[in-house]
Design a protein around this ligand. Structure first.
Ligand SMILES: Nc1ncnc2c1ncn2[C@@H]1O[C@H](COP(=O)(O)OP(=O)(O)OP(=O)(O)O)[C@@H](O)[C@H]1O
Length: 441
């Protein structure tokens, strides 16, 4: 750490801070970068790992593995847990010389049965690119032919399975075909096949046809949001891996804290509680600690403090909101503006017709023809899906019936701030955000 650069050396005169090859705080910043580092242990998810284990294990005995559906909100370790079990099983299969192939497919970039199939074929056959110009029927034949020819058992891990939107009939839907392939005539009797589907969309299941549901939902496991204690444990391990002079402390073989000259347990817990309040996402907790450490490094201080965490919180929140908004269409964002206006006036939960009034004004202000109320409600549903808003059906007052009411689930000030000043949003939504902000004063 001796060669750490002097913060004052020449930055005052030139405005140019010196580069540094080292940091007193960060030993390996990559540990906090997105999902780059895969955890090697996940004691917080023992129950859920066991469920994945039970689904896969029959393959070790030459039996057909079970189809499994995994549900949980973003950042709950679903992907990490599945990949951890995949790697553990792959090692075991190597040792035991088992003919089991596990194929992991991210469905957000393969959002139709067709794309999932071509991705699977590319991976299985080791092709340079996905097969093109074939019918779905041909692709299925190709896949099953490959599986029959090479034999063994195939486990397909379909991440973000809810992104698969097919207009084709059930018979050709991959979510019907793959989970029941084992008992169909298309696979030889000694070839095994199963699907582990991962989703953070509760609605997905209820929208599936009964046939697909039956095929896919042989077993199911929920990943509940992490508690503060669990997030703290996750952060202790990350801190020990990514920060200087930081080691885990144990009691009776269990991690109970950290010993560190650059971060305190209190700082770590502050990050954990903040992430827990915001939906218990491990991704968010890790980002927060990483961002706080980066701010501390940028300031060339010797330790990460609670103040660094506070500063990081704002940064991380904004990035989260921006990422959430990035997933949405222009219609979604205009709908959101309608709700933001009511939120700024303290008039939420708001009914769909109220949101529609302001949404329509804002749509016209950017030369868009407003959607009718019913179609705008679909936009609200999409905003709900990614956690931007909360939308609930409530009993409808005197005349009976039901109506929808929405409110914002993300921080109002930061959202307005993004629409006001972020380059991707300000040109189109800046004038709307200004009007909404004026309601806050
Ligand atoms: N128990 C844990 N221990 C260590 N790291 C964890 C744990 N749970 C989650 N993480 C980390 O948190 C981040 C988010 O986890 P992951 O991607 O598995 O969540 P997810 O539930 O699949 O989320 P999404 O639905 O958004 O894809 C990853 O970087 C992962 O390594």
């Amino acid at each position: 750490m001796g060669d750490f650069d002097d913060p004052d050396d020449n930055s005052d005169q030139t405005g140019l801070k010196s580069f540094s090859t080292t940091s007193t705080i960060l030993e390996d910043g990559d540990v906090f970068q997105g999902d780059k580092i895969k955890p090697e242990v996940m004691p917080e998810r023992a129950r859920e790992l066991d469920a994945i284990h039970s689904a896969i294990e029959p393959a070790g005995r030459g039996e057909n593995p079970r189809n499994l559906f995994i549900y949980g909100k973003p950042g709950q370790g679903k992907t990490a847990a599945v990949l951890l079990k995949r790697d553990q099983f792959a090692d075991f299969a190597d040792q035991e010389d088992l003919n089991v192939t596990i194929v992991y497919i991210e469905c957000n970039s393969a959002n139709k049965s067709y794309h999932v199939l071509t991705t699977a074929l590319k991976k299985l056959k080791g092709l340079d690119r996905k097969p093109r110009g074939q019918t779905l029927d041909n692709l299925y034949s190709d896949l099953f032919e490959y599986m029959n020819e090479h034999g063994g058992t195939y486990i397909y891990l379909l991440d973000e399975i809810d992104r698969i939107k097919d207009t084709s009939d059930d018979e050709l839907n991959i979510l019907y075909k793959l989970p029941r392939a084992y008992s169909s005539e298309e696979l030889d009797d000694d070839v095994g096949c199963s699907v582990i589907g991962i989703s953070n969309d509760r609605r997905f299941k209820s929208e599936l046809s009964p046939r697909i549901k039956d095929a896919l939902y042989e077993s199911e496991v929920d990943f509940p949001p992490y508690t503060v204690d669990q997030l703290t444990q996750i952060l202790y391990r990350r801190a020990a891996a990514g920060l200087h002079d930081t080691t885990l402390t144990y009691d009776d073989g269990e991690v109970v804290g950290i010993d560190s000259s650059v971060v305190t347990e209190r700082v770590v817990r502050t990050c954990a509680s903040s992430a827990e309040r915001e939906r218990g996402s491990a991704r968010q907790a890790i980002d927060l600690l990483g961002q706080a450490a980066t701010i501390a490094h940028d300031e060339r201080t010797e330790a990460v403090t609670v103040e660094h965490v506070e500063a990081a919180k704002q940064e991380v929140n904004k990035n989260y909101i921006k990422n959430m908004l990035n997933d949405h269409t222009a219609d979604d964002l205009l709908t959101l503006c309608g709700l933001l206006y009511l939120e700024a006036r303290g008039e939420t939960p708001a009914r769909t017709n109220e949101i529609h009034t302001y949404y329509s004004t804002y749509a016209k202000s950017v030369d868009e023809t407003p959607l009718v109320q019913r179609r705008m409600r679909d936009r609200l549903q999409d905003l709900k899906l990614t956690g931007v808003i909360n939308l609930e059906k409530v009993a409808g007052g005197q005349r009976g019936g039901e109506r929808w009411e929405g409110e914002l689930s993300i921080p109002l000030d930061e959202t307005i701030d993004i629409l006001l000043s972020d380059d991707s949003y300000a040109p189109r939504y800046g004038h709307i955000a200004e009007e909404i902000a004026s309601e806050l004063r």
